[in-house]
Design a protein around this ligand. Structure first.
Ligand code: PLP
Length: 418
């Protein structure tokens, strides 16, 4: 499938008059339509709610929009809870899925009325000490082993640090019930970036079966099942995008097969997608500023791994379109690189692209989730601005670019950098 940018060269030439490259830009119409579709796909389930994984795109302007589309938030840290707090999320609009949770975070979540999703049985005590026992608690499950979907996509829960083993989650439910918890939830995240409509239904089957067992063995009142994240996006042009309607329908079938006959037809389905909600609806726009011809052909751009870490960190593929050359033949083979003193600072390696001239704008696809968010400051490089392309076609800055003052802000206790 052809990957098409959501902005044109002409639009970018207008935008850079106000906001210089590099920047991440997000497509409001794209992510809002998608969010509406997610809700439609699960409309068969009365209590359905998508809790957007804040860590994927921790920008309050974006999260505000998703709130308007009916989403809650899934937070993993104190500062993410602060975003939820400021935007007015309360009670069952907040899921708190943390691990190795630092002191003070359970209390903050509980003060907001949010739902605590315990990663481990030992966290019951930590939670109780901090904020007592809430009425509603969720527990995270890890079945171990490997998790395989029909098309071969798999992950390795047995190697993952998250969640409780089967015997532990039974024990945790018993303890929590004894301590007065009234409403229970179950959560599991077993595979990441799955590009197949089979993942959620297969995961659902695993958790639904567990839910039936837990109800029988502990008498717990299971109110919701959280399928978490892991629904992927097609980073490469040859992948077929997930069909969220088919995914919702797949989960419905398993629900009616396993939960409904057990008298559990009122259990709410929750999701915590990040990548699927935002990934395709963001792009990193950067300008070609240098070319270098040594053993290989290099194109140097004004963005670097500090703006988008995924290629350096995981070797991830991000498709690149040279704006204005969408239909030009890919006659060249380039490494597209940033300025870090790190040889993994490469947005693309041996990539077939049209001939790039200095000044060309490169559109790096699918940076809407886990893109800007993973940014860092190595080499003293600064994080870029974030822009929102609104449904009416106008552009709004939703985060300014960092300045050297931001970089040195943590020396504000003394005069050394004044
Ligand atoms: C990261 C994360 C998500 C979101 O994952 P995606 O792959 O972006 O969908 C959801 N839930 C938890 C607990 C996470 O850690």
């Amino acid at each position: 499938m052809m990957k098409k940018p959501f902005v044109t060269k002409e639009q970018i030439e207008e935008i850079v008059k106000t906001y210089p490259t590099p920047f991440h830009i997000y497509d409001e119409k794209g992510f809002m339509d998608n969010a509406r579709k997610v809700n439609e796909a699960f409309a068969w389930n009365k209590g359905f709610k998508e809790y957007f994984a804040v860590k994927a795109t921790p920008n309050p302007f974006i999260i505000q929009k998703l709130k308007e589309a009916g989403c809650g938030v899934d937070c993993s840290s104190y500062t993410e809870l602060m975003i939820a707090d400021k935007l007015g999320f309360r009670n069952d609009e907040i899921m708190f899925s943390s691990n190795e949770t630092p002191a003070g975070e359970f209390k903050y979540c509980n003060d907001l009325g949010g739902i605590i999703n315990l990663d481990d049985i030992t966290m019951i005590e930590a939670m109780e000490e901090e904020c007592g026992i809430p009425e509603t608690v969720s527990c995270r499950y890890n079945p171990g082993g490997v998790f395989e979907v029909c098309n071969g996509i798999m992950d390795n829960p047995g190697d993952a640090k998250y969640g409780m083993m089967p015997e532990q989650i039974v024990e945790a439910f018993k303890i929590l019930k004894e301590k007065g918890v009234k409403n229970f939830g179950i959560h599991a995240f077993l595979a990441s970036n799955t590009v197949t409509n089979e993942y959620y239904p297969m995961l659902a089957k695993t958790i639904f079966q567990l839910a039936v067992t837990l109800k029988k063995e502990t008498g717990a009142d299971i109110k919701f099942i959280n399928l978490s994240g892991g629904v992927g996006i097609p980073y490469t042009p040859d992948q077929t995008p997930n069909d969220i309607m088919a995914i919702g329908e797949g989960v419905r079938k398993v629900y009616e097969e396993i939960l409904t006959p057990e008298g559990m037809g009122d259990v709410a389905i929750f999701t915590e997608m990040g990548r699927f909600m935002m990934g395709p609806y963001g792009a990193l726009v950067t300008q070609a500023v240098h070319e270098k011809h040594i053993y290989k052909e290099y194109i140097g751009v004004d963005a670097c791994a500090a703006n988008l870490m995924r290629p350096a960190m995981y070797g991830s593929y991000h498709h690149i379109t040279v704006l204005g050359k969408e239909d030009a033949p890919c006659t060249e083979t380039y490494d597209v690189v940033g300025s870090l003193c790190e040889n993994n600072d490469k947005f693309a390696i041996d990539r077939k692209l049209p001939k790039i001239d200095m000044g060309d704008y490169l559109y790096i696809h699918d940076t809407g989730a886990h893109g800007f968010a993973m940014g860092y400051n190595y080499n003293g490089r600064l994080r870029s601005a974030e822009l929102l392309l609104k449904e009416d076609g106008s552009v709004e800055m939703i985060r300014r670019a960092e300045t050297p003052e931001d970089y040195f802000a943590t020396f504000d206790f003394c005069d050394i950098m004044k």
